[in-house]
Design a binder for this molecule. Structure first.
Ligand SMILES: *[C@@H]1O[C@H](CO)[C@@H](O)[C@H](O)[C@H]1NC(C)=O
Ligand SMILES: [Cu+2]
Length: 183
């Protein structure tokens, strides 16, 4: 009885996994989100290609900095007073849920002017055969053992990516669990 059910549950789980296997980009890499060292966030962003489902991780001292998502105009003028969203945890993970431009700056006076601002262009995931969103899951090796699914994707091997993969695996398993209950 459980074959069809198991198949559907499996796809539920894959859907959960697929959603959060996007790459995690730590803004500023090891420098983080700061005014120190005149880090060039524009250059940093220009070396990446951001896709829907990826996320930005801002890490900073929360007593000293913050993250504000703003409009293009406010980005240009370093005006954080009418931010679209404000983050203050010191370790903010922001999922890029739609394609388009995103603009972030630090709202502490003077920091944006000093260069603590970053714009990213997010593109939709291509569905072409050469640009599968997660080759390790949907690539030409469908017979992967389940343990393969816990391995970090090739594009991203940071701890946070691994954690989010594990978290979504857990969510997927919860979904399977409830699915089992419901039927
Ligand atoms: C910043 O934006 C707010 C709201 O749009 C506006 O009222 C304010 O005058 C702006 N401040 C500066 C310095 O441009
Ligand atoms: Cu700052």
């Amino acid at each position: 009885m459980s074959s069809a059910k198991g198949t559907v549950a499996f796809f539920f789980m894959m859907a959960f996994l697929g959603v959060s296997l996007g790459a995690v980009y730590k803004v500023g890499d090891s420098t983080g989100w700061t005014t120190l060292g005149n880090f060039d966030y524009g250059k940093w962003a220009s070396t990446k290609s951001f896709h829907v489902g990826d996320s930005l991780l801002f890490t900073y001292h929360k007593e000293i900095h913050n993250v504000k998502q703003v409009t293009h105009n406010d980005f240009q003028s370093c005006n954080g007073t009418s931010a679209i969203a404000t983050y203050t945890s010191g370790s903010d993970s922001i999922t890029l849920k739609r394609a388009g431009h995103y603009y972030f700056l630090c709202g502490v006076p003077g920091h944006c002017q000093a260069g603590q601002k970053v714009a990213v262009l997010v593109t939709a995931l291509s569905v072409g055969p050469s640009a599968s969103p997660s080759p390790s899951l949907f690539g030409p090796t469908p017979a992967n053992p389940p343990s393969e699914m816990l391995a970090p994707g090739p594009a991203q091997s940071s701890a946070s990516s691994l954690i989010s993969s594990k978290l979504s695996l857990a969510l997927g398993l919860v979904a399977v669990y409830f699915f089992d209950f419901a039927f």
